[in-house]
Ligand binder design. Structure first.
Ligand code: AMP
Length: 215
């Protein structure tokens, strides 16, 4: 099964993708994660992408589509793919069609996580992760059980994304509205889109997604 999780920054795409990975053995293809890894490793792609990401703008379609194609080749044909944060423009949606076809795959579902934008700013600017195992936390909604200690691995080292500040978040949302939301009708015309209330508690969002995938 191949699915796209679509929604503005902070809608919960990564959280839901993590769950689908652990519960269904699917593979998460997050262009944001791939780009952050490239920045950290100092690759040519990372060097090009860093300033664009820090500003909350979109990296070029060619770069992200190449990352997705490489990852699909690397993961082989057996596992389902969750596209998280890709496609983000009409050109990327077109590339994805071609990439999927070249890999003998087809798109099964586009799940739109619908959310209230003002609440998103609070969600995003408060989030942080364990620097060792990647477990996700939030200043207001999900603090570690013991202050300063990761619930999952016990580490005391946490990090925040540099683009999770209010100004950049506003730009990321404007990019979503201008360039990403307009690709929904492409998928709606193919009968692939299901809308889920992304403001519901995490478990309920997960149950709604499961119902779509199993339905
Ligand atoms: P994300 O982790 O999905 O919020 O992505 C973080 C940042 O990486 C975005 O604000 C963009 O700068 C860049 N990025 C991630 N995915 C894409 C994409 N599909 N197209 C263009 N830029 C992307």
């Amino acid at each position: 099964m191949n699915i796209i999780l679509l929604g503005p920054p902070g809608a919960g795409k990564g959280t839901q993708a993590d769950r689908l990975v652990s519960e269904r053995g699917m593979v998460q293809l997050s262009t944001g994660d791939m780009l952050r890894a490239a920045v950290k490793a100092g690759t040519p792609v990372g060097l090009k992408a860093k300033a664009v990401m820090d500003a909350g703008e979109l990296v070029s379609d060619e770069i992200v589509s190449a990352l997705i194609g490489d990852k699909l080749t690397e993961m082989g044909p057996d596992k389902g793919a969750i596209f998280d944060g890709y496609p983000r423009t009409a050109a990327q949606a077109e590339s994805l069609d071609a990439i999927l076809e070249a890999h003998g795959r087809r798109l099964d579902h586009v799940v739109e996580l619908a959310v209230d934008e003002d609440a998103l700013v609070e969600r995003i600017t408060g989030r942080f992760t364990c620097a060792v195992c990647g477990a996700g936390y939030h200043d207001k909604f999900k603090l570690p059980k013991v202050e300063g200690t990761c619930d999952v691995c016990g580490s005391h080292d946490f990090k925040r994304r540099p683009d999770d500040n209010e100004e950049t978040v506003r730009t990321r949302m404007a990019e979503y509205r201008a360039k990403t939301a307009p690709i929904l009708p492409i998928y709606e015309a193919r009968g692939l889109v299901s809308r889920v209330d992304g403001m519901a508690p995490i478990g309920e969002v997960g149950a709604a997604i499961d119902a779509i995938l199993d339905g």
